[in-house]
Each structure stands twice: as structure tokens, then as C-alpha cells.
Design a protein around this ligand. Structure first.
Ligand SMILES: O=C[C@H](O)COP(=O)(O)O
Length: 245
């Protein structure tokens, strides 16, 4: 069962330190890795082309590499997503963050969604875990719950809220809904717009086992916040960093 955060634990160990901007250059990725080692983040989360470079940068550390797949639209063919995941694992990724086919989900074509997720799970089985991004800002509560159930049945290890490039981001209500929609063996990752320590703690208290954020340094270097260990007024993450669609 994925670990749950409690106030005696470091928040850093629950963070995927994320840099997914298309304009990232080697120096940015190297800095991401250095920061991840320095602050002991759980992983760095990058686009597939950076996985082997991150593995080099992180050699000798215990920081994992997460690679996004079908990112950020989720609209690529299943075959390509599976091949992309396979390539990322070959380059050293231990975790795959895939975007499910959002259009198929919106239409209720759950068999298509299940097939897409299952193909990625099978492509990396035994070598990497799979987190399924559903882009919660585009979905009704019923669609979010259904996406969680389909992802779990298809073999996913985590359900994840948002890409950070779409509509909206992680909210406390969505994390609670997603936690209630999967069994305790499945992780919930909050991502998109988590910019500060208060929001990070709200997500963890709501049941998130992992946070995906490009603001990891601000979160772990902030002074302990007023909502430490409890839920506060801030019920949702801010707007995503950039919106592509
Ligand atoms: O998967 C993680 C997200 O892309 C991070 O989004 P963010 O840049 O809004 O923190």
C-alpha cells in the first residue's frame, strides 16, 4: 500500500520534482536533479527525452526518474503510448505518468480507456509503476470516479489529477473523491498548480500519496505553515502553470 503522509514525515519524500516545459535545456534538467538529491525528493518527473540524462545526473542517489507518456493531451494512439513507455523504461524510468484518452472517457467509452491504460501497464510490467493522469478539470465527478475504477481495473498503480498544462489543477475535493474511488492499494497523486506548502499539506491530508509539482523547492523551504497537519481554507490549487488546451 502506498505510504500516507503524517506530520512527522518529510514532505520532500512525497514529491515528484517536476520540469515538463518544452523549452527546458540540459542546465535546467541538471539543476532539477541536483535539487532532487539535495532535498531528497522522491523522483524527478521529466519528458521522455530527458530520462537517460537524468539517470546519469542521479547516479549514486536514491532519487527515481518518472517519465510522462502521451503527455499532455493523452490523444496519441495506444500503440505509441506503449512504445513511449517502453523506451522510457529502457532509458531508466522507474515510474510512468501517462495521460489517459480524455475524449474516450468523456464519451463513456470505458473499454477504450481500459485498453489504453492496460497496454501501457503491460509494456512496463515488472519494471515500472504506472500513474494515470485523468485531467480532472475537464471531468464531472462521475467521470473522475469512473476513470479511477477503470485505471485500477486496468492495472494502474496510481491515479493522478492533472498535467499542469490543461484546465484547472489538483483540488482537495478531487483528491478525496479519487481516494474514495480506488482501493487502499492504489496511490493518488495530486498535481497541477500546487505552489506552496499549505496547499501541499492540504492535498496530503486529503489522501494524496504523492505530489507532482514544479514548485517543490518553495514547498520544502517554506516555514511550517498555519495549516500544518490540518485542513484549511485553501481547498484547491491555483491555476496550472500554462494552458495548452
Ligand atoms: O505532473 C505534474 C504537473 O505537470 C506539475 O504541474 P505544475 O507545473 O502546475 O506544478
Amino acid at each position: 500500500m502506498p505510504e500516507l503522509w503524517t506530520p512527522d514525515k518529510s514532505i520532500a519524500q512525497f514529491i515528484d520534482h517536476t520540469l515538463l516545459k518544452p523549452g527546458a535545456v540540459s542546465a535546467d534538467i541538471a539543476k532539477l536533479c541536483q535539487e532532487a538529491v539535495q532535498h531528497q525528493f522522491y523522483s524527478v518527473c521529466v519528458n521522455g527525452s530527458w530520462v537517460s540524462y537524468c539517470k546519469e545526473q542521479l547516479a549514486g542517489s536514491n532519487v527515481a526518474v518518472s517519465a510522462v507518456v502521451g503527455f499532455p493531451l493523452g490523444a496519441m494512439s495506444t500503440k505509441i503510448k506503449a512504445a513511449e513507455a517502453d523506451a522510457a523504461v529502457e532509458d531508466g524510468a522507474a515510474e510512468i505518468d501517462m495521460v489517459l484518452p480524455i475524449g474516450a472517457l468523456l464519451e463513456g467509452r470505458y473499454g477504450v480507456v481500459a485498453y489504453d491504460i492496460g497496454a501501457v501497464v503491460r509494456a512496463v510490467e515488472g519494471h515500472a509503476i504506472v500513474k494515470v493522469i485523468m485531467e480532472t478539470g475537464m471531468l464531472s465527478d462521475e467521470q473522475k470516479s469512473e476513470a479511477c475504477r477503470v485505471a485500477e481495473a486496468a492495472g494502474a498503480h496510481y491515479v493522478k489529477t492533472s498535467t499542469g498544462f490543461g484546465i484547472g489543477g489538483a483540488t482537495e475535493a478531487d483528491i478525496k473523491l479519487m481516494r474514495a474511488s480506488v482501493t487502499p492499494g492504489i496511490g493518488v497523486k495530486a498535481s497541477g498548480g500546487i505552489r506552496d506548502r499549505d496547499t501541499a499539506i492540504i492535498m496530503l491530508n486529503a489522501g494524496a500519496n504523492r505530489l507532482g509539482t514544479s514548485a517543490g523547492i518553495a514547498i520544502v523551504t517554506a516555514a511550517p505553515a498555519s495549516v500544518f497537519g490540518q485542513s484549511g481554507d485553501n481547498t484547491g490549487a491555483g491555476p496550472a502553470a500554462s494552458t495548452l488546451y
